[in-house]
Design a protein around this ligand. Structure first.
Ligand code: FAD
Ligand code: SF4
Ligand code: SF4
Length: 456
């Protein structure tokens, strides 16, 4: 019997490098049914343990098999407030699908694509339901409207809390809105899932920098608890010569300008497209998003990474999509200097070749510079995608405990300040959407138990 995984359609690479429309088009009804029918409905489903928020996967897949998509949505939404998002961007191959029993000898079930199918149908057909909840009289403030903040808010409001989210930007969604590009995660989808929060009664106040407009101490006086979900938005740089030149950016800046300020349009006030050859330095998902964005803006777009292809931390799928789109991979290379003209504009980079040696104590192969292998490349833009650190704006005038790396220290989700909780990238460093959601869910549980004196 043919037991190959069903694949949804994807946009043709030659067309998609000229637009920002979604690359993966998702399952049709027939494709979803075919894929759902491959699931074995395991009694002890390993896939559920692989999902950080423990979605009851076989149950929702069974509903799809029975043509009950609304029922499937009800099952999923008991554990996730962002299923359309997670179906698209979760690293499923390391989580639910990585644990699926069918993956041992063949193709794992396409759980992410099925989840996306159900959640998109729910948006299209208005399946989201608001249940009456008795208010418990407790007020919680959440700082940050990314996946950690959204999930915590959703769990708390469903349990009768009065919840207000404060967000510094003019749009909600955190990295989902300003970081991940439209061609992987349409902003309309994020908006629809955030709108559900507002329908549940969560108040969202945008354009409000906590730490600047008011402090955590002031929030503590007004609310029974505060959840800090401020992410990790400060980019790292290499510290090499020439890095302060014009046209050297962080990946976050490029992506934010494109996502939030429409900078891909030539008439934009801060257009990103000014040259012809761009190099993105790094090998993770953020690097891949930045280089694929630049490719769509018409650049000869290079990805420079100091290790080899096998070591690229980005998802395999993103790597293969980038290759199809004509991104050039310069592997085992590292910039040592950014070259500039008399006006401090980027003209190129001095690069050194690298080699891989034995596996080090961190389980990764060590890398070494190859002496005298330096050479120059021409380019007019360099984009650093080397990871990010937490932003401490919200923590001004507070003596909250931080780790050596500047992360907020938590015991599960409790910080060193009474009734102040934290989670997501602000406590873990840059991680994933679903891990931020898991933290938001855990924080909601701790807040509920503490404020309502529930013993477990
Ligand atoms: P964030 O999403 O960063 O949200 C924090 C929010 O807090 C922001 O809206 C910020 O504006 C707000 N804020 C900060 N300071 C203040 C303040 N002082 N006052 C008020 N508001 C404040 N993960 C995946 O699982 N899959 C992917 O494919 C993926 N791709 C990614 C691509 C990019 C380009 C990036 C940058 C990250 C990607 N990630 C991906 C990682 C993932 O998006 C993050 O781990 C996740 O968004 C973290 O959620 P969070 O809620 O902790 O923080
Ligand atoms: Fe898989 Fe992510 Fe959905 Fe969990 S939330 S089932 S890990 S796609
Ligand atoms: Fe279905 Fe795989 Fe989960 Fe088994 S482990 S229930 S086959 S998705």
């Amino acid at each position: 019997m043919n037991d190959k995984r069903v694949h949804g359609k994807i946009q043709d690479p030659n067309k998609r490098i000229n637009n920002f429309d979604e690359v993966e088009l998702g399952f049709t009804h027939e494709e979803a049914l075919m894929e759902a029918n491959r699931c074995l409905q395991c009694k002890n489903p390993r896939c559920v343990t692989g999902c950080p928020v423990n979605i009851r996967i076989p149950e929702f897949i069974k509903c799809i098999k029975e043509d009950n998509v609304k029922g499937a949505y009800e099952v999923i939404s008991e554990d996730s407030s962002l299923p359309s998002v997670c179906g698209r961007v979760c690293p499923q191959e390391r989580q639910c699908e990585g644990s699926c029993i069918k993956g041992i000898k063949g193709d794992a079930i396409s759980i992410g694509a099925l989840e996306r199918y159900v959640a998109d149908e729910a948006i299209k057909n208005g399946y989201f339901e608001i249940k009456d909840v008795k208010k418990n009289g407790k007020k919680v403030a959440i700082v940050g409207s990314g996946p950690a903040g959204i999930t915590c808010a959703s769990e708390l409001v469903k349990n009768g809390f009065d919840v207000t989210i404060y967000e510094v930007l003019h749009k909600t969604g955190g990295v989902l809105t300003y970081g991940i590009p439209e061609f992987r995660l349409p902003k309309e989808i994020v908006k629809k899932e955030v709108d559900n929060l507002i329908r549940l009664g969560v108040k969202i106040i945008t354009d409000t920098p906590v730490g600047n407009q008011f402090t955590i101490e002031e929030l503590r006086k007004e609310y029974d608890a505060v959840f800090l979900a401020t992410g990790a938005g400060i980019p790292k740089f290499m510290g090499i010569e020439g890095e302060n030149a014009n046209q050297v950016f962080s990946a976050n800046e490029i992506l934010t300008r494109v996502n939030l300020m429409g900078s891909y349009k030539s008439e934009a006030s801060t257009p990103v497209k000014k040259g012809h050859i761009a190099y993105v330095i790094g090998g993770g998902n953020v690097a891949m998003d930045a280089v694929r964005t630049l490719r769509r803006l018409g650049y000869e777009a290079h990805l420079m990474y100091r290790r080899g292809e096998e070591e690229l931390p980005a998802r395999r799928l993103e790597v293969s999509h980038a290759k199809e789109e004509g991104v050039i991979f310069d592997l085992l290379r590292n910039p040592v200097k950014i070259l500039t003209d008399e006006n401090n504009n980027v003209t190129g980079m001095e690069v050194i070749k690298m080699s891989l040696s034995d596996v080090g104590s961190d389980g990764r192969k060590n890398i070494e510079k190859i002496e005298n292998s330096n050479y120059n490349v021409k380019c007019d833009m360099v984009v650093m995608a080397l990871g990010t650190l937490p932003n401490h704006e919200a923590l001004k005038e507070s003596d909250i405990e931080l780790s050596d790396k500047g992360l907020i220290v938590v015991d599960n989700t409790k910080t060193s300040l009474d009734n102040v909780y934290a989670g997501g990238d602000a406590t873990s460093g840059s991680a994933t959407v679903i891990l931020a959601m898991e933290a938001g869910k855990n924080a909601a549980k701790e807040i509920k138990n503490n404020l309502l004196n529930i013993k477990e």
